[in-house]
Design a protein around this ligand. Structure first.
Ligand code: PLP
Length: 435
């Protein structure tokens, strides 16, 4: 056998790229990654940055549960290294069904549970399993990634701008104009990017609207309307807010609800890659066949370990309590700091933390100036914050909103209380010098 010495040459990059599919070439890159690159550069220059951009956890502050980590190592050592079943390891599907019954008061049969490598394959699978090209999908703005999945599925995406006074969550009235001809409604609560939780009354009204519409469609022999219900942040809910599952509120909506969850956020296991869907068995069967071809299974050893951990209610509760308190303390520190600035007359607003790892902050700086420079857009504000206050945040434009209204997402998964404490006075000083 000889060893190759010269590296292969790949020719004209542009010609290669131009030969790829229109679909993949039309995909938009992540705005957040662009901001992350600017943050990295500032840190490399030795500047202090409170990085509130990443929707992830720093494993030093938010490690996965020790019992889960040990369980994965044990399962690997025990030889759990071959293909898992395409719908997931049976013990995990059972464990997830029990978990859903305990946590959300909904009882799914094991055939209504499908395991995948995190929540993303389930999102992708839902779009592909429900929608034909040109079908209508409706979601509220700001929204996390529905625009990308709509593009991939060649769906007709209808984006409805939500209101701050409704906690940036859509209502039945927002979706009503599309009730008659939509194929998929998308909900995300607690929400990425806004950190808000849909009120149970609003969710109930929406689901009753969907049930009524589907009864009409069933009589007319038409395709049904589905609801993609993203609850990956369900375990992170604070204060007065309450997370409820749509099928616990309106059991008649069970055939139409495709509910996704994962350990990515609830157990800080974004890199562990275990997620699941709860849905009607007929939907799950199609998604299993579809995702089987993608090979989007969660690794077998991790499935075995998660099955055990979800069943260990004591360890789960202890982990939750600690993690939720940490997330809540970080969000509250930001919220309290900004509210103090607001009370002192600075031009901002902030939504009280309700859930997830996010805070919505509005900086009302558009049209004002800093050192003679006009502030014309959210991007201008973000740049100013980064350069002059060492605070990195993501504008709602990264989540589809076009209106330049000064709203930003702040994520606390990768910062410490000290980062926040030292950053807030810098922001205050900056806001005080804006004219
Ligand atoms: C609302 C929401 N849904 C789904 C996901 C995807 O999660 P996973 O990492 O399990 O693919 C994320 C990740 O940030 C998210 O914020």
């Amino acid at each position: 056998m000889t060893t190759a010495t010269a590296q292969l040459s790949f020719g004209d990059t542009q010609a290669l790229d131009a030969s790829l599919s229109d679909n993949v070439r039309g995909l938009k890159g992540s705005e957040i990654l662009k901001i992350a690159a600017a943050v990295r550069e500032m840190i490399a220059q030795g500047k202090q940055v409170c990085n509130l951009t990443v929707g992830d956890f720093n494993p030093k502050f938010f490690p996965i549960p020790a019992a889960l980590r040990e369980g994965i190592a044990r399962a690997l050592a025990g030889g759990e290294t071959n293909y898992p079943p395409s719908d997931g390891v049976l013990a995990l599907r059972k464990s997830v069904a029990e978990y859903a019954a305990r946590e959300f008061n909904v009882r799914y049969p094991v055939e209504g549970v499908l395991i995948a490598a995190g929540a993303r394959p389930i999102l992708y699978g839902t779009y592909r399993c429900v929608l034909n090209p040109g079908d209508k999908v409706v979601y509220g703005l700001p929204s996390w990634n529905n625009n990308h999945y709509s593009w991939i599925a060649q769906a007709n995406a209808v984006e409805v701008v939500t209101q701050a006074r409704h906690g940036f969550q859509p209502t039945l009235d927002d979706f009503r104009p599309h009730l008659k001809d939509a194929n998929l409604f998308c909900l995300c609560t607690p929400s990425n990017p806004t950190g808000t939780v849909m009120e149970p009354g609003v969710l109930r009204e929406l689901m009753l609207g969907v049930v009524e519409e589907n009864e009409r469609r069933a009589r007319a022999g038409k395709r049904l309307l589905f609801v993609l219900h993203d609850q990956v942040y369900a375990s992170l809910v604070f204060g007065e807010a309450r997370h409820v599952h749509p099928c616990a509120l309106v059991p008649q909506c069970a055939p139409y609800v495709i509910s996704l969850d994962a350990i990515s956020k609830s157990l800080a296991g974004t890199g562990v890659r275990v997620g699941w869907v709860l849905a009607a068995p007929a939907v799950v069967a199609r998604m299993r066949d579809f995702l089987g071809h993608v090979g989007a299974w969660a690794p077998r050893a991790e499935q075995v370990a998660v099955a055990d951990f979800l069943g260990n209610t004591q360890a789960l509760a202890a982990f939750r309590q600690e993690m939720d308190a940490k997330v809540q303390a970080l969000l509250n520190a930001l919220y309290a700091g900004f509210m103090k600035m607001k009370q002192s007359g600075l031009p901002l607003d902030c939504v009280q933390p309700q859930g997830a790892i996010y805070l919505s902050l509005q900086l009302k700086l558009i049209g004002k100036s800093f050192e003679g420079r006009k502030i014309a857009s959210n991007a201008d504000i973000g740049q100013l914050l980064l350069e002059r206050a060492g605070m990195a945040v993501v504008p709602f434009q990264a989540f589809g909103l076009r209106e330049e209204s000064g709203w930003f997402r702040l994520s606390v998964g990768a910062v410490t209380p000290t980062d926040i404490e030292t950053c807030l006075p810098r922001v205050k000083a900056l806001l005080e010098s804006v004219r």
